[in-house]
Design a protein around this ligand. Sequence first.
Ligand code: FAD
Length: 288
Amino acid sequence: MLRPLRLSQPTSVTEASAELARFGDEVKVYAGGTELILLLRLGLIHYTHLVDIKRIPDLGALAWDGTMMHIGGAVTHRHLERSAEVAEHLPLLQQATAMVANVRVRNVGTLGGNLCFGDPHSDPAPVLLVYDTRVKIGKHSGGRTVGLETFFMGLYETALEPDELLVELQVAPLPPGVGSAYLRAARFERPSLGVAVAAAQHDGQLIDVRLAVSCVGPVPMRLHALESRLEGATLVEGQRIVRQVQRHYEEVLQPVDDLHGSVAYKTYLTGVLLGRALAQAVGANGRE
Ligand SMILES: Cc1cc2nc3c(=O)[nH]c(=O)nc-3n(C[C@H](O)[C@H](O)[C@H](O)COP(=O)(O)OP(=O)(O)OC[C@H]3O[C@@H](n4cnc5c(N)ncnc54)[C@H](O)[C@@H]3O)c2cc1C
């Protein structure tokens, strides 16, 4: 059962943040509510106030400015999935978004909520990491912009202060000629493992390689050291490298044994999916 809650519906970020500051530990931001209301109903979290951010006009906006997409903090998965501009400029985000849950969840669940919840089992997170996404954060006394990599701080932990909101995601398309792929393994409702890859080939060598992995460890991550190793390799060499570096995945991603699989299984599958996604990204057959 839900306990009685006071709901405020501010119409600006300043007002919403002031409410968060005013009620401190007793208040939480409410977007689609797919995570929040479930946890409140189960009695796993307790708040007396919710700040509904869906009446803040900027947070519902989705706009292409000619160089990048601006995705408001309360834009739903469904809005993204159905947007012609997202399909044109950020096709990988559109693909990953369409894989989230089911239409009911995508209709109300927001991309901002997905990221702010900090669950590592996120489909859009690795894709947004590959797009080098920036996160605009707002509060009553100003704002700041951080890279998505620094936004994720730990399991269910983000860089947001209690009185801050995720206002907007700024996502630039991949450079011309760079292909991309998102692959996931899903045994339960949410993904058990997701990999996003962007890469191109020049004279038979891999260039502009970007790799990101979600679900394996506590936070979705870019694999920068591995990206550098793949630069200049052939596709076959690159696929061999990503298959071989399971120890590296263990050290960097910090997986644990859980319902989604053992550490050995997760690191093995990371290599397999990265190899396939690499091939897909450069337009080759996905199988080694
Ligand atoms: C049955 C089910 C299946 C799912 N399957 C998948 C899946 O396959 N893949 C996947 O990636 N995800 C999956 N999800 C997760 C889903 O993507 C998220 O539940 C959804 O996107 C969260 O958005 P929301 O708007 O409902 O967030 P809410 O529940 O409203 O909020 C979630 C958290 O984020 C905070 N928050 C929300 N917006 C902001 C903001 N703008 N600024 C600051 N804090 C904010 C809230 O305070 C709360 O702590 C699934 C969820 C469910 C319930």
